[in-house]
Design a protein around this ligand. Structure first.
Ligand code: PAF
Length: 283
């Protein structure tokens, strides 16, 4: 079993001795738990690149809006510990709220600009919560490398920007999105979907394939591609609404003409579940 720490001080003492006394490198995988294949890919990458792998499991309240799913977000520490054991994780950090946000806490991290577009428009304050908790976790763990999935592409960009701007001594390692065999991107929120909703949720992945086909056929106008993707997604039952479909360059700058390497990002409500996904244009 991995060692389980609840307190910042205990974790710091343990990691200090591994790093300083034994000279071991540390890889860090921050998560909100309910681990799936996407998390497993991050953990496996960390295990290959570092001597010690630390996984944090913390459902961070500050990145959820008041009407979002904080209360019902899936939690199962016992199951997560078993996954971590199976994958050879050395240390799990699962702090209570008061360790991360003690009374009197008043500092927030705001990565301007990039936090306000796309997801930021629909989830105000979300990336402030993410950047703040990730900075705190990085300060606690002080890893050599930290692993983030491209599934949350904008989150990855926010973190990379924060690390660059604040000169944090950590390498951020992006890891490709892991999909179910039928294309659905792995996400802890997939458990909210009924069988029929899950079927409709496949339209997100399939809309990327549609976009690729259009591009292959010579269509480069972002507006046309986005409209066709939206029509396709909305033609599925249980799809309630589309928050956005956007095409950007790799740094999230909107594009009119689509090129290889651009990103297509979307957020769609299927039933009561809000799903996000993104795709790197390959043609
Ligand atoms: O991607 C997540 O699971 C969370 O946003 C993170 C990075 C663990 C911060 O709470």
């Amino acid at each position: 079993m991995p060692l389980l720490f609840r307190k910042v001080r205990d974790l710091r003492n343990h990691l200090r001795s591994l790093r300083c006394d034994r000279g071991l490198s540390v890889g860090f995988v921050p998560t909100m738990g309910y681990l799936h294949e996407g998390h497993k890919a991050l953990i496996r990458r960390s295990r290959v690149q570092n001597d010690v792998t630390v996984v944090s499991i913390y459902v961070n309240p500050t990145q959820f809006g008041p009407s979002e799913d904080y209360d019902r977000y899936p939690r199962d520490l016992e199951r997560d510990m078993a996954v971590c054991e199976e994958l050879g994780v050395d240390v799990v950090f699962a702090p209570p709220d008061e360790e991360i946000y003690p009374i009197g806490f008043q500092t927030e991290v705001y990565v301007k600009g990039i936090s306000d577009i796309l997801e930021g428009r629909f989830r105000p304050g979300h990336f402030k919560g993410v950047a703040t908790v990730v900075l705190k976790l990085l300060n606690i763990v002080q890893p050599d490398r930290a692993y983030f999935g491209e599934k949350d592409y904008q989150q990855l960009k926010v973190i990379q920007t924060m690390v660059r701007d604040l000169l944090l001594p950590v390498e951020i390692v992006p890891v490709e999105t892991v999909r179910e065999p039928d294309g659905l991107a792995c996400s802890s929120r997939n458990v909210y979907l009924s069988e029929e909703e899950r079927e409709s949720a496949l339209s997100l992945y399939r809309s990327f394939l549609l976009a690729e086909d259009l591009i292959k056929g010579g269509e480069r106008r972002a507006e046309v591609i986005k409209r066709k993707m939206e029509e396709f997604i909305l033609s599925h039952p249980h799809v309630r609404k589309i928050d956005y479909v956007e095409i950007t360059d790799p740094d999230l700058k909107p594009k009119d003409k689509v090129e290889k390497g651009d990103r297509i990002l979307l957020a769609v409500w299927v039933g009561n579940t809000r799903l996000i996904d993104n795709w790197k244009v390959s043609v």
